[in-house]
Design a protein around this ligand. Structure first.
Ligand SMILES: [Zn+2]
Ligand SMILES: [Zn+2]
Length: 212
């Protein structure tokens, strides 16, 4: 489990399930209220990690199977309201409680999270922003964007990253859905270099900025 602090928000990462998907626990350092992002699997490990905290919300960055296998277990045990973007909701085989739309704010304790709709990896992918903390889902990883299923989706994820994530300050820490964190400043030069190159129109799938 990794953890970081800043702006009164504590970030903890749990790697869960057979794909090692990241579940993030976001906790208000002052009030101990928290949000569970992507209850990927092993709900008992999530529940043990948040014991003693008040869970305000469960948030899904998107509805791929590797991000939702602990969803029902955590939702039923905590009674917390669960949110998903309307464009990904049809892919969620369970009920949810509210819609995560672009620009929406989620407040827990003294922390306010802003929802950024970043289509591409899936139509309803979202990132969560608080100060210099970005929970990125499968949209941005160290060295490349999230996987896309066709060239149109690839253009969409690149547009989402260019318009919504690149304007963030260099210090912004990016916590992806798999693996370790990076920063906007670390990613910016390779993304900018990629954007200035002429690219094949068929590009999609697992793409690295350096090779694309
Ligand atoms: Zn995914
Ligand atoms: Zn994933």
């Amino acid at each position: 489990m990794g953890s970081g602090a800043g702006d009164g928000l504590r970030v903890e990462r749990l790697e869960l399930g057979q794909w090692g998907t990241n579940c993030y626990l976001l906790t208000c350092a002052e009030t101990n209220e928290c949000v569970v992002v992507d209850p990927a699997a092993e709900p008992e490990r999530i529940l043990a990690a948040i014991a003693g905290r008040k869970v305000r919300y469960i948030v899904l960055t998107h509805t791929h199977l590797d991000h939702i296998q602990g969803y029902t277990g955590v939702r039923e045990a905590t009674g917390a309201a669960a949110g998903v973007h309307p464009l990904d909701a049809p892919e969620l085989p369970y009920e949810h409680d509210f819609a995560l739309v672009d620009g929406a704010k989620l407040t827990f304790g003294r922390v306010e999270l802003e929802i950024l709709h970043v289509p591409g990896h899936t139509p309803g992918s979202v990132c969560l922003l608080h100060g210099q903390t970005l929970i990125a889902g499968d949209t941005l990883f160290p060295g490349g964007p999230g996987k896309t299923s066709d060239p149109e989706s690839f253009l969409q994820i690149v547009q989402s990253i260019r318009e919504r994530l690149l304007p963030l300050p260099d210090e912004t820490v990016v916590y992806p859905g798999h693996g370790v964190s990076t920063t906007i400043g670390a990613e910016r030069p390779q993304i900018n270099a990629f954007l200035t190159r002429v690219r094949e129109k068929t590009l999609c799938g697992d793409v690295l900025w350096a090779e694309g």
